[in-house]
Design a protein around this ligand. Structure first.
Ligand code: GLN
Length: 222
């Protein structure tokens, strides 16, 4: 599997995401936000967590208008896979590749702690290595993780089985306990918790590793 990981000014999980992809067995190319194209032949784009452009205007808003964003949109529209984690999820919403918005956490505080999650949809390339309904633990670290959408969008996400992860104990006020969603073609995933920070035993949980192992499996030659 060939992955591209994008870095914006203020990204802080780009290296962790690249290392997680690499340790799972992927070949990784790092891409700067001012680049206007993605490397040839990539299978997946990773948009990492952090504080792109200082979270000015709205989290992810400026990154979503950076030169590389158009190439990522084109890649996704051609059926490419995109994984957006935390600030990456915020960027995907600002790019319009996923529906809804991430508002300030309900209690207006930055929250940094491990949380329990239910795997709600294991029929995506990102979650294929998890048991449907499994409870896993991943860390969150955000102040704008309160997923919000109009009632029709929430109903559609639920009806189409596009909620990938739900919080077991909602930390931020997210509607329907939503922690991560996929696109209609199931190839774009945005999630607030950080699987790349729960990859190796030293992280305290390895529950995130299965996302990367599952992706490697999805792209393995038949
Ligand atoms: N860890 C992150 O990616 C943080 C995302 C964003 N800056 C927020 O605090 O909500």
């Amino acid at each position: 599997m060939k992955a591209a990981v994008i870095t914006f000014p203020g990204s802080n999980c780009d290296r962790d995401l690249a290392v997680a992809f690499e340790q799972a067995g992927a070949q990784v190319t790092r891409v700067w936000h001012k680049d206007t194209s993605l490397p040839d032949g990539i299978d997946i784009v990773g948009i990492p967590g952090g504080f792109s452009f200082g979270d000015y205007l709205r989290c992810g808003a400026i990154a979503a208008r950076s030169p590389i964003a158009q190439a990522v949109t084109g890649f996704a529209e051609r059926g490419g896979h995109v994984l957006g984690i935390c600030n990456g999820f915020q960027v995907l919403l600002e790019m319009g590749l996923l529906p809804g918005a991430l508002l300030r956490n309900a209690k207006l505080k930055y929250i940094c702690k491990p949380v329990g999650l239910r795997v709600e949809a294991s029929d995506t390339p990102f979650t294929a290595a998890y048991e449907q309904g499994a409870t896993i633990t991943l860390p969150i670290a955000h102040h704008d993780g309160n997923y919000t959408a109009d009632p029709e969008t929430i109903a559609q996400l639920n009806a189409e089985g596009r909620v990938a992860f739900r919080y077991a104990d909602n930390p931020n006020g997210s509607m329907n306990d939503i922690a991560g969603i996929v696109s209609a073609n199931r190839r774009v995933l945005g999630m607030m918790p950080h699987p790349e920070r729960a990859f190796a035993p030293i992280h305290g949980s390895t529950d995130g590793r299965r996302m990367f192992d599952g992706l490697i499996g999805a792209f393995a030659p038949a």
